[in-house]
Design a protein around this ligand. Sequence first.
Ligand code: ZN
Length: 255
Amino acid sequence: MVHCLPPCGFSRCYVLSDREGLAVVDVGSVGAAEDAVRFITGQPGLSMAQVRFVLATHFHVDHIGGVARFLEFCAPGTKVFLTTLAIQYLQGQRKLCSLKGWGTGFLSAAVASMGYVRRLSHLNFGSLAGIPLPILRDHCDIGVDADRIFPLDGAGRKRYPLGFGGWDVVETPGHTEDSICLYQEAEGRLLTGDTILNLDAARGPELNRFCWNKQEIHRSFDRLKAELSPRVLYPGHGEAYSNNGENVLSCVRGG
Ligand SMILES: [Zn+2]
């Protein structure tokens, strides 16, 4: 099951529940971390002891800014899963990719995402890690001990099992080089991170225009369309989307 947290900052935070426990996706701020804890402890049958891992759809501040804070409430065995590229950023072996489309893509999404900020702590990112600006690309410490961080590694495959709840990791470079989506085929659910946003209820979901590589995001989207049939879309920013059981990828603008 996918639990969509109430607005808790720029990005959407999701809690995935399954018989095997809980996984939390995109804890983007200190406030989001605290909201996620409040949400989990407030749900009958759920507890923080069930959280197996935290995962980020890409290494951007609004998706990782609350991971360290969230771990303070987790059992010592709770892991953090990051892509192999993100781990290279953390270890200083690679710089965050730079992005294009600050005027056409970033501004409108940032303004719309501000509507999901409810408290000052939703703007507290804990550190400067994951900001794709040239002067900050060396700051990649997210304040999490290295022994808690594990790679999402498909050994060259673009789609591979997450090892939890029937979810697959689908690599979708474009917004950033390390972007991934999560797909649960049996239920037709797709978490899109920042590959697809849904910030305009009247117009519906849209392929992100704020990109590291436009060609790549189109290539990734074409692959999603060719291989997946999701009925519910859970974007990195904005509202979950479905359309009478239709394949939601056919409803995405700009794809
Ligand atoms: Zn984002």
